[in-house]
Design a protein around this ligand. Structure first.
Ligand code: PEP
Length: 248
């Protein structure tokens, strides 16, 4: 833990209506949310401003994606400058659904991370192996490669949170065991120690994501290198409050 502030993100993905978002913001307002935990919710682009305007003060808002340049002929895209313009502080980049469904490469994701940081956004950068990669013994190779691609483009990691999300655990109900998750989190921290430096290795926060629920969050949160969660399905439900408070 080493003084790292616990950070829990909710990734709403392509879900919600204004009415449903009001219900989510209501249970977040009611909480109570542990003030030792940083809380971020990732809203669909079209609801970012609505969420920003109606959220409680102790919750920040993230976009779920953004592009690698400030403006121009990129139909359908949004830029970090636009997010800043409406008061958004965070962006989730490299989510496995962006990598796999929308074919985003390690290099594109790294360019997006670089540009988002340059524009003053804080970034949740997602990495994680598929089931085939895990079964082939390639978990470390894959998450190191994905992290190295970012390292090739940035030098300042202070506004980066890593989300380790094994693809086989996302939306499947198959959570990594606390031992499986801790093993990869520890490997990633060692990678930072060797490749970036001991200070960043000690302070960078590594979230676990993949079928986190109110039932499994406490045991995961007890692992020394797990510094928070990125939560999909359960972030739409009142149990998200219990997940935020897992380190209570
Ligand atoms: C996610 O979308 O980042 C995620 C972890 O989803 P879920 O919690 O539904 O597995």
């Amino acid at each position: 833990t080493m003084g790292r502030k616990f950070i829990v993100g909710g990734n709403w993905k392509m879900n919600g209506t204004k009415a449903q978002i009001c219900e989510i913001l209501d249970f977040l307002k009611k909480g109570p949310l542990n003030s030792d935990t940083e809380v971020v919710v990732g809203a669909p682009t079209i609801y970012l401003q609505f969420t920003q305007e109606n959220k409680p003060n102790n919750v920040a808002v993230a976009a779920q994606n953004c592009y690698k340049v400030p403006k121009g002929a990129f139909t359908g895209e949004i830029s970090p400058a636009m997010l800043k313009d409406i008061g958004i502080e965070w962006v989730i980049l490299g989510h496995s659904e962006r990598r796999h469904i929308f074919c985003e490469s390690d290099e594109l994701i790294a360019d997006k991370v670089k540009h988002a940081l340059e524009n003053g956004l804080k970034v949740i950068a997602c990495v994680g192996e598929t089931l085939d990669e895990r079964e082939a013994g390639k978990t470390e190779e894959v998450v190191f490669r994905q992290t190295q691609a970012i390292k090739d483009k940035i030098t300042d990691w202070n506004n980066v949170v890593i989300a380790y999300e094994p693809v086989w655990a996302i939306g499947t109900g198959k959570t990594a065991t606390p031992e499986q998750a801790q093993e990869v989190h520890q490997s990633l921290r060692c990678w930072f120690e060797s490749n970036v430096g001991p200070d960043i290795a000690n302070c960078i926060r590594i979230q676990y994501g993949g079928s986190v629920t109110e039932k499994n969050c406490k045991e995961l949160a007890g692992q020394p290198d797990i510094d928070g969660f990125l939560v999909g399905g359960a972030s739409l439900k009142p149990e998200f409050v219990q997940i935020v408070n897992a380190r209570g």
